[in-house]
Design a protein around this ligand. Structure first.
Ligand SMILES: [Fe+2]
Ligand SMILES: [Fe+2]
Length: 166
C-alpha cells in the first residue's frame, strides 16, 4: 500500500515543522548565550539538533514508502525574548503544538487504515511525552528560581539534565 496524497502532504508539512522547531531552538540558544546562560543555551542547541534528526526520520520514511520529499520555506524565528523564563514557557507551548500535530497524523493514519504509518508515528507520540516532560521541568525550575541570579545558579542542574540525555 502506498502513502495517500494527504498523508504524504502531512508528513512533508511535519518535516517543515521539525526544521522550524530546530530553527526556533537555535534562536533561543543564541539568545540564552547572549544572556550568559551558557548551559541553558547548550540545552537548546542540543534540542535543535534533535529536531533536525526528527525531520530526517520523516524524510527517510517518505522515501521508504516511495513518496516524494518536498521541503518548504521556514519562517524566521523571533528573537526578542526578554528572559529565560519566557523562552522556557514558549518552548513548552511549542512542544504542545507539535504533539497536537503528531496526534492529528495518527488520527489520519487510523482513518486511512494505514498501519505502517500508524506504527511509525508511535515513536513520535512517545518522544513528545518526553519533550513535554523536559520542557515542563525546565520551566518549573526557572519559575521556582525567580530572580535572574537564581536562574543563573540553576545552570548546574541543567548540566545534569544534559548529561542524563545520554
Ligand atoms: Fe521534534
Ligand atoms: Fe521537540
Amino acid at each position: 500500500m502506498s502513502l495517500s496524497k494527504k498523508m504524504s502532504a502531512e508528513i512533508n508539512a511535519q518535516i517543515a515543522a521539525e526544521n522550524e522547531s530546530a530553527y526556533i531552538y537555535k534562536a533561543m540558544a543564541y539568545k540564552l548565550e547572549s544572556m550568559n546562560l551558557t548551559v541553558f543555551a547548550k540545552w537548546f542547541h542540543l534540542q535543535a539538533t534533535e529536531e533536525q534528526e526528527h525531520a530526517e526520520k520523516f524524510g527517510k520514511y517518505l522515501l521508504d514508502r516511495g513518496a516524494e520529499v518536498s521541503l518548504k520555506a521556514i519562517p524566521a524565528p523571533k528573537a526578542n525574548w526578554k528572559s529565560c523564563k519566557e523562552i522556557c514557557a514558549e518552548s513548552l507551548k511549542h512542544e504542545q503544538g507539535i504533539s497536537k500535530r503528531i496526534n492529528k497524523m495518527v488520527d489520519l493514519a487510523r482513518a486511512e487504515k494505514d498501519h505502517a504509518t500508524d506504527s511509525f508515528l508511535i515513536w513520535f507520540v512517545n518522544e513528545q511525552v518526553e519533550e513535554e516532560a523536559n520542557a515542563t521541568e525546565l520551566l518549573a525550575m526557572v519559575e521556582l528560581a525567580g530572580t535572574a541570579s537564581q536562574v543563573f545558579m540553576l545552570e548546574g542542574r541543567v548540566w545534569r539534565l544534559i548529561e542524563a540525555r545520554g
